[in-house]
Design a protein around this ligand. Structure first.
Ligand code: C2E
Ligand code: MG
Ligand code: MG
Ligand code: MG
Length: 288
């Protein structure tokens, strides 16, 4: 069943274990143990420009389970979001990402990193301070940190959300709207939220080269983003055709298996540093 639902790796907690409630409880127990046992891993996936040069990377968490192997976030992030575990999990990812940003800075290079922030994490009382502390602890520049949120962060009081986002954007942190186009009030949020980037959801990217409706939606999203001076990232670019389609907008970043699958942060950043070291001053970063 888990395979059919789109998971790549092993069937993890199967439905055969019992009711959904029992399954969630088991994952919760296991995840609590995993956090203490330091089993989370930071993966990174490059965001490339139309020439294939890396401009940023997205942090994607994995769970290195001693028996079940590498577990994708779809299997545990939603469970963590439903209980208090999203807080230590989110904290861990933020710390790990900022640690890499600090290391890159000390190595004399930079590659902005985008971190996914779940609604529950965003609404923690000390979230702003948590982010600023993580940056300072690791000597990371706020301008190199992007926080990806979905429309789900806007629960009731949009003004409180805006205020909280401004507290971070004033420091130089950027916000990105993830999975754009799949929610409900996207356009009004674009107007009101202090965001700097939108990520076009993979569901539109997939068929854009063939389906005129998807192409029209993508074109409209990019046109609006351009007018609002928002950066755009196309999610899930897998084929040369999709890359060529988005190549019509050289400023639109592309993230997807074509430019690089998510891989261990150390490996991705080692490639980045090696490529930077080998570059002339004219410098291009393409290495996907
Ligand atoms: P997302 O933020 O929309 O991340 C993009 C997902 O698309 C990632 O899945 C990535 O591996 C996948 N992807 C990238 N390129 C391609 C492609 O070309 N084709 C296809 N089919 N897929 C592609 P992943 O890593 O399994 O993460 C799934 C979701 O889990 C993320 O969706 C995000 O919502 C959540 N997530 C991941 N890491 C974290 C985290 O640290 N904190 C929180 N709160 N959520 C996270
Ligand atoms: Mg994301
Ligand atoms: Mg996304
Ligand atoms: Mg998506």
């Amino acid at each position: 069943r888990a395979k059919e639902r789109g998971g790549h790796q092993s069937v993890f907690f199967d439905d055969a274990m019992g009711a959904a409630v029992a399954r969630r409880f088991t994952i919760e127990q296991e995840l609590r143990r995993a956090l203490a046992a330091d089993e989370l891993r930071l993966y990174l996936q490059p965001q490339a420009d139309a020439q294939g040069h890396w401009r940023a990377a997205e942090a994607l968490v994995r769970w290195q389970h001693p028996v079940r192997g590498l577990v994708p976030p779809a299997e545990f992030v939603p469970v963590a979001e439903g209980c208090d575990l999203i807080e230590p999990l989110g904290h861990w990812v933020l710390q790990a990402a900022c640690a890499h940003l600090g290391q890159l800075a000390r190595a004399g290079t930079r590659l902005p990193i985008a971190v996914n922030v779940s609604p529950r994490q965003f609404h923690r009382p000390h979230f702003v301070q948590e982010v600023l502390d993580a940056l300072r602890t690791h000597g990371a520049a706020a301008a190199d940190l992007v926080l990806e949120v979905t429309e789900g962060v806007v629960v009731e009081d949009i003004d409180a959300v805006i205020e909280r986002m401004l507290a971070l954007t004033r420091e130089g942190v950027r916000f990105s709207i993830d999975d754009f186009g799949t929610g409900y009030s996207s356009l009004s949020y674009l107007k009101r939220l202090p965001i700097q980037e939108i990520k076009i959801d993979r569901s539109f990217v997939r068929d854009a080269p063939h389906d005129p409706d998807d192409a029209a939606l993508v074109e409209a999203i990019i046109a609006v983003a351009d007018r609002l001076r928002l950066r755009v990232v196309a999610e899930g670019v897998e084929t040369a055709e999709q890359a060529a389609f988005f190549g019509r907008w050289p400023h639109v970043l592309q993230q997807g298996y074509l430019h690089g699958r998510p891989d261990a942060a150390e490996a991705v950043l080692a490639r980045w540093r090696a490529a930077q070291a080998g570059e002339s001053a004219a410098g291009s970063g393409g290495m996907a």
